[in-house]
Ligand binder design. Structure first.
Ligand code: FNR
Length: 381
């Protein structure tokens, strides 16, 4: 398929769905239980109305911003997502190439299908990456990965994911467990002998007996706490920490008390893949605005889940988010056309975001605020 003919992110998903394996599709598409959080993630943005101002010169438009002190060209970024090579051999390296083209940030999943060294190998000057960690039961494995990050200057922070200490129940992924195999694709932390020095030891699960999600969770620690995990982490990295998977104002507040070690939180329900009926980021943003708005001054607040349009990006920014992540759209872009497909996703979302800014009457993202939206239909929920 010629990706240039695809006009929006839904069309890219449709094209990818036709091209990728049944197993890859099931893994990417799947979410917890009845997919209620996954569906709500997107539909919630549709209930928020925009309030465009007129008679404003909109010849100039600059969507650039910065994330925890690093300049980026776009207010949206690529969320950490495992196993990109299930979609296309370009994999996470291909995503990095497209991000370089558009000046977008990328967070590398610990369960990426290529090593972090391979992914950042051709990084451009000024390109910004984060590396996402699931703390392992065998802490030494995580410590070894953190040590590797010290040698990768393009990696600017550690993103600690906290919303999935145990895997959610993803039935579509389970259903396809016997359809093909993800071997030899293995994540960097599990190791495959050739791309990583990590040994699989006795932790390697019987890959065929479970869905991709279940098999990747093998070895993930379930005993993380505010008290013990952040001190442990600071012993093994000097990089700033971003906490991913915050779903309540209470936890956003607690996270903000850990500034400046914690520099940002990502409000996320893991694309609906962990606890079904957990709230979309929009609800958590509204809670923070109501109960602890000082969080926005202490740390940066990023969000992800269900972003499909430039208007979705802008609405999240209006509610106080500084960064907006896309998970599945980047994977579907890869599936539709490798790195060119990801570039197409970024190009479409950039153009839509700019059009939205212009039609609202703003020139830069820091001008966006609650005055540009009517979120009353969501505030009532
Ligand atoms: C994810 N996500 C994820 N998050 C994370 O912290 N580490 C990971 O390894 C993964 N892996 C992963 C795989 C796949 C296939 C998906 C779809 C998602 C969650 C991801 O970072 C993000 O929170 C959601 O994908 C955002 O929702 P959308 O954009 O997919 O709707």
């Amino acid at each position: 398929v010629d990706v240039e003919t695809l006009l929006n992110l839904d069309e890219i998903e449709e094209a990818a769905t036709k091209q990728i394996s049944r197993k890859a599709w099931a893994y990417y598409y799947s979410a917890g239980d009845d997919l209620i959080s996954k569906v709500l993630n997107n539909s919630v943005y549709r209930k928020i109305l925009l309030r465009p101002r007129i008679f404003i010169d909109c010849t100039k438009c600059d969507p650039s911003t910065s994330f925890i002190g690093h300049d980026v060209k776009l207010p949206f970024y690529v969320s950490p997502a495992a196993m990109a090579r299930l979609a296309h051999p370009d994999g996470e390296w291909g995503i990095a190439q497209s991000c370089a083209q558009y000046g977008a940030m990328q967070i590398i999943s610990q369960n990426a299908s290529m090593t972090p060294e391979q992914i950042v190998a051709d990084a451009k000057e000024g390109q910004v990456f984060g590396w996402q960690l699931y703390v392992q039961t065998e802490r030494a494995k995580s410590e070894a990965m953190l040590a590797r990050m010290k040698k990768l200057p393009a990696v600017k922070f550690i993103c600690l994911t906290l919303d999935a200490p145990v895997p959610g129940k993803r039935e579509e992924d389970e259903r396809s467990k016997n359809v093909g195999s993800i071997l030899p694709l293995r994540s960097a932390v599990q190791g495959d002998g050739s791309t990583s020095k990590m040994s699989t030891g006795t932790q390697t699960p019987p890959q065929k007996a479970m869905g991709v999600g279940q098999s990747l969770f093998w070895g993930t620690a379930a005993d993380l706490t505010w008290k013990t995990t952040l001190p442990w982490l600071s012993q093994h990295t000097d990089l700033p920490i971003v906490l991913k998977g915050i779903q309540t104002h209470e936890d956003a507040h607690l996270a903000s008390l850990h500034a400046p070690q914690v520099k940002a939180v990502i409000l996320s329900n893991h694309g609906g893949r962990a606890l079904d009926t957990a709230p979309p980021a929009v609800h958590t943003l509204l809670e923070i605005r109501k109960y602890c708005p000082e969080v926005f001054d202490r740390i940066e607040v990023w969000v992800d889940g269900g972003i499909k349009r430039g208007t979705d990006v802008i609405k999240a920014l209006c509610l106080g988010a500084r960064g907006v992540g896309i998970g599945r759209p980047a994977l579907y872009g890869l599936g539709a056309g490798g790195k060119e497909g990801v570039a197409r996703v970024l190009k479409i979302l950039k153009a839509e975001t700019e059009t939205c800014m212009r039609l609202l009457g703003v020139e830069t993202v820091d001008q966006l605020g609650m005055q540009h939206i009517n979120a009353r239909a969501v505030e009532r929920d």
